[in-house]
Design a protein around this ligand. Structure first.
Ligand SMILES: *[C@@H]1O[C@H](CO)[C@@H](O)[C@H](O)[C@H]1NC(C)=O
Ligand SMILES: *[C@@H]1O[C@H](CO)[C@@H](O)[C@H](O)[C@H]1NC(C)=O
Ligand SMILES: *[C@@H]1O[C@H](CO)[C@@H](O)[C@H](O)[C@H]1NC(C)=O
Ligand SMILES: *[C@@H]1O[C@H](CO)[C@@H](O)[C@H](O)[C@H]1NC(C)=O
Ligand SMILES: *[C@@H]1O[C@H](CO)[C@@H](O)[C@H](O)[C@H]1NC(C)=O
Ligand SMILES: *[C@@H]1O[C@H](CO)[C@@H](O)[C@H](O)[C@H]1NC(C)=O
Length: 597
């Protein structure tokens, strides 16, 4: 197959990115052949449309409830309309793959759209698109436009990223060639159009990498930015210039036999960096565990003074794998909680208690029932301690860590076994190293159908986002923010006219309809994410079923492919021997790759 055309266009409006990918393939073989379209997309993205055009005939994929999609797919297969594919997980990306049979000399066009909310980490938003056409393409374009109502601070285009580990291709130096960046105060426009010669210079198979744009917004108002369109609102809250709150951090590190070797080396390297970066006002302690639990400084945390840290010595002394051994997650959690709940050494202002828990395995010693561990952890952490779970490698019980974190004010993250694991660990730590506020409660009089409004922590460089609807008839929108920080309680109140942003366009888009639609889609996207997360937290089957049903209804209404829906194309023309496609994202796929496609 020959590709004449490959284009990616992303429109980002207030952090909400809609991306459209199109590729045109021409069958140059003398007989009918399978054309394959595959693409990596971010795991948090929802596919919102997919179409195939063959011989000027248009086939739009339908989003269906997962089980119904499976039935349609099975039926299509029975009728001989073969083939299927499912996304597989690779780090933070989702693989989308579709094939269609096209007769000699004809061409096929694949068009995929997906949407995602960009999150702010360490003071930047990052948007990455996968550019992997697998050949040199006559006409290759990547175009990104960014519109931000409160202004754009900066825009950077990174060198093409050829692997998630940051590996680089031929052009390692800086911005890819044929990249143009135009930045205004509220609109930025980035276009990347490498010529066939430039693509060939990258590799004989053309460009294979992620085109990555980073930017940050200006947010001068401490109360953040509220946008209201068509009865939906979004509130971005990210006060700048606050002083960090001191923290009491306990690192709980798995030293069971399976950590031996590379994983332990990487963990030590990361801990060395992390300990060296602790603020002298912070307190810390280290708990190691296998089937036994060892607390470094018995009883409680100690101040993170240079004298106490001596990072390499400490790290080498403490992180000794106990061989061979089980994994007592329960006991390790309880010991760490007890360290954190001891009274501080000297009278001191409030310290935020953080528990960073790293394991590469499942609970195999002591209490091994996930349910009991969850109950025990909830009791021991008392709704005060924030738990961050790091699942190192494929054998770690990510499901348990995720629930532990969600139920205890934190988040869980996968750490991939790769050469950059130490960087992944320090990178995650950096995100939570500077807590600025805790127990942040946002409330909206006349706000309904709100997404999550309570946030245990607000870290430096991040952002809290709430979306919802404005009650019908409301003219004034009243927002109240209550939180705690370095100087005690911080309260803010704002009144915003409910039609304040209706009339104004901003950024690159002069289309009020487009700007108006984004808030509603963002609300739906966010609400579905919330519902799916609540499903993991809930242990009542009736409640779970209701959450799934709500998420399914919203996914269908907004045409989103989510963990509860799938995409199906079945009605291709007979002579083209259509392929039935079902794509499941991003949870355990309900369909396995079958048959010959
Ligand atoms: C999907 O894309 C096709 C072709 O671009 C378009 O005609 C159709 O309206 C889109 N559907 C939705 C739900 O956006
Ligand atoms: C479709 O299938 C028929 C019979 O199986 C075959 O003769 C024909 O060549 C196929 N057409 C394409 C485009 O694959
Ligand atoms: C490439 O695509 C763009 C956008 O569709 C079009 O304007 C341009 O004429 C195309 N160039 C070539 C060489 O096909
Ligand atoms: C908002 O509504 C008020 C009264 O309902 C009206 O006076 C004002 O002109 C409106 N503003 C905009 C920007 O539409
Ligand atoms: C889960 O179940 C336990 C006891 O079985 C109960 O104490 C707890 O409140 C439940 N949690 C939720 C979120 O329903
Ligand atoms: C979901 O949609 C179905 C069909 O429209 C409806 O019967 C059901 O009540 C909806 N469920 C929820 C939880 O909204």
């Amino acid at each position: 197959y020959l590709s004449d055309y490959f284009s990616i266009r992303s429109t980002i409006i207030s952090r909400y990115a809609s991306t459209h990918v199109q590729t045109v393939l021409r069958n140059t073989h003398p007989e009918a052949k399978e054309a394959i379209f595959d693409l990596d997309l971010p795991a948090s993205a929802f596919i919102s449309n997919f179409t195939i055009t063959i011989n000027n005939k248009f086939y739009v994929a339908e989003v269906k409830e997962k089980h119904q999609a499976k039935k349609m797919y099975d039926e299509a297969r029975r009728q001989g309309k073969t083939a299927a594919h499912v996304g597989t997980r690779d780090r933070e990306t989702e693989k989308f793959r579709v094939s269609a049979s096209v007769s000699a000399g004809n061409q096929v066009s694949f068009e995929l759209s997906y949407e995602e909310l960009l999150h702010r980490h360490l003071g930047k938003y990052q948007h990455a698109v996968s550019v992997r056409p697998r050949q040199v393409v006559g006409n290759l374009t990547v175009e990104v436009s960014i519109s931000e109502r409160t202004g754009i601070d900066y825009v950077h285009v990174l060198p093409l990223r050829t692997s998630q580990t940051g590996g680089r291709g031929e052009w390692d130096a800086d911005v890819p060639p044929s990249t143009r960046v135009e930045k205004g105060s509220h609109c930025a426009w980035i276009v990347f159009t490498p010529t066939p010669q430039e693509q060939a210079a990258f590799s004989s198979a053309g460009i294979m990498g992620d085109f990555v744009v980073q930017y940050d917004v200006a947010l001068p108002d401490v109360a953040g930015d509220v946008q209201i369109y068509n009865g939906y609102f979004v509130h971005y809250f990210a006060p700048r210039g606050l002083l960090p709150v001191q923290k009491n951090v306990v690192f709980v590190i798995d030293v069971s036999g399976s950590m031996y070797g590379t994983k332990m080396k990487q963990t030590k390297k990361a801990m060395h960096v992390i300990l060296s970066d602790l603020h002298p006002d912070d307190c810390f302690n280290i708990v190691t565990f296998s089937d036994a639990v060892h607390v470094w400084k018995a009883g409680r945390s100690i101040p993170a003074t240079a004298h106490n840290i001596r990072s390499w010595k400490t790290v080498n002394q403490i992180l000794l794998p106990f061989l061979p051994s089980g994994t007592d997650i329960n006991k390790a959690l309880l010991e760490a909680a007890s360290v954190l709940t001891q009274s501080p050494l000297e009278p001191s202002p409030q310290r935020i208690p953080l528990l960073i828990f790293l394991t590469d395995g499942e609970a195999t010693a002591g209490v091994t029932s996930g349910t009991r561990i969850l109950v025990n952890a909830r009791q021991a952490l008392r709704g005060i301690i924030s738990l961050f779970g790091l699942a190192f490698g494929d054998d770690a019980d990510y499901g348990l860590l995720r629930r532990l974190a969600l139920e205890n004010r934190g988040v869980a993250r996968r750490i991939y076994e790769d050469s950059d694991a130490a960087l992944q660990l320090t990178g995650f730590y950096d995100e939570i190293a500077s807590p600025l506020l805790y127990d942040v409660a946002l409330s909206y009089r006349d706000g309904i159908d709100l997404t999550r409004t309570l946030f245990p922590n607000y870290f430096h460089g991040s952002e809290l986002v709430v979306a919802g609807r404005v009650a019908p008839g409301a003219t004034e929108f009243h927002i109240q923010t209550v939180s705690h920080g370095h100087n005690g309680q911080l309260s803010l109140e704002n009144d915003i006219s409910a039609n304040a942003t209706e009339a104004a366009t901003f950024g690159c888009s002069l289309d009020l309809g487009q700007i108006g639609r984004f808030v509603q889609r963002l609300w739906a996207y966010f609400t579905i994410q919330d519902l799916l997360q609540a499903r993991f937290r809930s242990n009542d089957t009736t409640a779970r079923r209701l959450l799934i049903e709500k998420a399914t209804n919203l996914s269908l209404k907004y045409n989103f492919v989510t963990p509860v829906t799938s995409l199906v194309v079945v009605k291709l023309e007979e002579e083209e021997n259509a392929t039935a496609q079902a794509i499941g994202t991003p949870d355990p796929p309900s369909l396995r790759r079958e048959g010959s496609d």
